[in-house]
Ligand binder design. Structure first.
Ligand SMILES: Cc1cc2nc3c(=O)[nH]c(=O)nc-3n(C[C@H](O)[C@H](O)[C@H](O)COP(=O)(O)OP(=O)(O)OC[C@H]3O[C@@H](n4cnc5c(N)ncnc54)[C@H](O)[C@@H]3O)c2cc1C
Length: 417
């Protein structure tokens, strides 16, 4: 990956980007097949698995020693304590390498849960859940979306948490709870209600609860098959009279929606910057192939169709990157003022990502859809991003609402701010 200091960035961010790219280039890119593929059809021997695990630990130690561990966490919790923009700039470099973020201590959904626990957790919750999650002793999931209700409209959620003496009793049906197979606890979004009757009337406001997965009544039905694969770690979960301690609520009843927005709002910028890093990788792969593949008496790079792919992808990546950096700058100035820009990038960047990867696949021909390259997985990831964390349409509605609101107030829209 060709990363150089950016003249307009401060020395600290440039330093982080340069040192991150050095590790990605030296440790991760040359070892991707060993680290993750584990045999081309997933048929890894025990020896291969052990070698991969050892290598991952070795790289984590290098990252730790370089002071680049957990960019999303405050220094008090062993992280880098980065501000938002610096983290975003680091992400585009990290995302270039497959799975690199996990070797730098940032793995969704654990990283989002860590940030929520830092912000909303009590001291006791931090000791019991956050610190072991950071140390890698625990795994977690975030359980919000329900099969019977529209995930695009979180207010429609019906999972209930009713206070009964010293316990909350949770009932509900969720799906697409990622990392559900390995998770030791879930953060569950539910409607906190005073009584069963109130819960049935859909009264009560949203709250988030820490639910250990070993609790009686937590029933992990299946890892849902996605993209033609028979299963995944995105789980369907039934909560059947799950009784948890009263102290397992995160913040207060009523905080749930805001906590989800805190998580998703920031997360969307990071997802987009990740997409930029992945587009960068797809672009490099496309150009590499165009420079070396001979067809019909000449290199692909000399054909105008392919030159068009390169130019259009360059435009897509540059536009996506600048929009995302602009949104990250706005988040640094206050999340509320950035909401329109966050929605704009959440629509624009996955679409650009899909186009760039699509062109890279085309240039590679059959190899483009093979498991020998990361492009096929990227293609699925880009498509999925148009749904996860709020589908395109919901973000377009929000953009239009905010813009129209600006005009209604008589001010119009100031694109400079
Ligand atoms: C791979 C993957 C991982 C995920 N991980 C998690 C996780 O860890 N935890 C979790 O809780 N959830 C997770 N999700 C769920 C995800 O957040 C939801 O899928 C998303 O919020 C959309 O909700 P839905 O699927 O219920 O779609 P729906 O809300 O039913 O929407 C369906 C479609 O309707 C359209 N639509 C919606 N509203 C409007 C409107 N107002 N006007 C016009 N059209 C509209 C959109 O095109 C949308 O795609 C994951 C999803 C995927 C695919």
């Amino acid at each position: 990956m060709n990363v150089n200091p950016v003249p307009t960035l401060d020395e600290r961010i440039n330093d982080i980007r340069m040192r991150t790219s050095a590790i990605v280039n030296e440790w991760i890119l040359p070892n991707e097949a060993t680290l993750w593929n584990l045999g081309r059809n997933g048929e890894a021997s025990d020896h291969d698995r052990r070698a991969a695990a050892e290598l991952r630990e070795e790289i984590k130690a290098v990252v730790w020693k370089a002071g680049l561990w957990a960019p999303h966490l405050p220094e008090d919790y062993g992280g880098m304590g980065l501000d938002f923009l610096a983290h975003a700039y680091m992400n585009e470099v990290l995302a270039y390498g497959i799975g690199a973020a996990s070797l730098f201590g940032v793995v969704a959904p654990n990283s989002g849960n860590q940030s929520i626990l830092v912000k909303y957790g009590t001291e006791e919750q931090k000791q019991r859940w956050l610190l072991p999650l950071i140390n890698g002793e625990l795994e977690s999931g975030f359980s919000m979306t329900e099969p019977e209700n529209a995930g695009s409209d979180p207010r429609s959620l019906t999972t209930s948490a009713v206070l009964d003496g010293d316990s909350w009793v949770i009932n509900g049906h969720k799906w697409f709870t990622s990392n559900g197979i390995d998770a030791d606890f879930f953060i569950v979004m539910a409607r906190g209600a005073e009584s069963d009757a109130a819960a049935k009337r859909r009264e009560g406001t949203m709250a988030q609860f820490i639910v250990p997965t070993a609790t009686k009544g937590v029933n992990i039905v299946r890892g849902i098959g996605v993209w033609g694969r028979p299963n995944s770690d995105h789980c369907e979960v039934v909560y059947d009279n799950v009784r948890i301690a009263k102290g397992n609520i995160l913040g207060q009843v009523g905080d749930g929606h805001r906590a989800a927005q805190d998580r998703l709002g920031a997360g969307r910028v990071f997802h987009c910057m990740n997409s930029v890093g992945q587009m960068w990788r797809a672009f490099d792969l496309m150009v590499e192939r165009a420079r070396s593949r001979e067809v019909h008496g000449g290199l692909l790079q000399d054909k105008q169709f392919v030159q068009g792919f390169i130019a259009e992808s360059y435009i897509d990546i540059s536009a996506a990157r600048l929009m995302t950096i602009h949104a990250a700058e706005k988040v640094d100035q206050g999340l509320d003022g950035a909401r329109t820009d966050i929605s704009a990038i959440k629509v624009a960047v996955p679409a650009a990502y899909s186009r760039v990867v699509d062109r890279a696949i085309q240039v590679w021909g059959a190899a483009g859809v093979s498991n020998d390259l990361p492009l096929a997985a990227m293609y699925q990831g880009a498509r999925t991003l148009r749904i996860a964390d709020g589908p395109d349409e919901v973000h377009k509605i929000l953009i239009a609402k905010n813009v129209l609101g600006g005009y209604r107030d008589g001010a119009g829209w100031d694109f400079g701010n």
